[in-house]
Design a protein around this ligand. Structure first.
Ligand code: DC
Length: 220
């Protein structure tokens, strides 16, 4: 069984995917973490200067480092570079502000697409992202598209960031999210869209558990 959840940044996709993964005992893959890890490698190796990506060098870097998912202490599938977990390094503002640019590049998307499909071979999986139901698994059994207003998403994201990034304001978070929304939905290759046959859920007036109940109602 493949379940896809797409939607804009901070719409609650990953939280829901985790609940679905626990409920059905299936693997959860946060596909944004793959783009974030590639961006982390690019920044670490100084391959992004003023949002210009040195693509050839980045591809070489991806060929020299192995990106995989493995179970962590709490039994969740999390992303690794050369077998080391990188989760704690990929949620920073600097990565968030560069990841959408990296994700516009066709060669990078093709690399990620191959990885996403390899992970799912012979497995039941819930994967969240931007193009999962439209491009990665267009024939998935269940497809959801989660949306919420920019204001609510910004509040949610700010709460996640404020302990680690003391100076961050909601206004900054809101403008960063708006920028990412524009890049993600207007890019040429696999932009964020509502996938064909996807069930659309607006979470503005719903708690996570209410959205989860709604989703369970559709999954047989
Ligand atoms: O879900 P997230 O905010 O962690 O995703 C980070 C970025 O990765 C997002 O701005 C766009 C990109 N992305 C994508 O283009 N396609 C996906 N399937 C998942 C993420």
């Amino acid at each position: 069984m493949i379940i896809t959840i797409d939607g804009p940044s901070s719409s609650g996709k990953s939280t829901l995917a985790k609940l679905i993964s626990d409920h059905f005992s299936i693997i959860h893959i946060d596909s944004g973490s793959i783009y974030r890890t590639i961006t982390h490698l690019a920044i670490e190796n100084k391959l992004i200067i003023d949002k210009e990506v040195q693509l050839e060098k980045l591809i070489k870097c991806l060929n020299n480092n192995i990106i995989t998912f493995k179970r962590n202490d709490t039994n969740k599938f999390q992303i690794c570079v050369n077998n080391e977990f990188v989760e704690s390094k990929i949620r920073t503002t600097i990565i968030s502000n560069n990841v959408s640019t990296v994700a516009t590049i066709k060669e990078i998307r093709n690399y990620v697409l191959k990885l996403q499909r390899e992970i799912a071979v012979n497995k039941s999986i819930v994967m969240d992202g931007r193009d999962i139901g439209s491009v990665v698994f267009p024939n998935a059994e269940y497809k959801f598209y989660l949306c919420a207003s920019l204001k609510n998403r910004s509040k949610r994201r700010w709460k996640e960031l404020k302990d680690d990034e003391k100076n961050i304001t909601i206004t900054t978070v809101e403008s960063d999210l708006e920028n990412r929304d524009i890049i993600d939905s207007e890019r040429e290759h696999s932009p964020l869209i509502i996938p064909e046959n996807a069930i659309v859920i607006n979470s503005d007036d719903l708690s996570i558990s209410q959205v989860f109940k709604k989703i369970l109602h559709f999954i047989k």
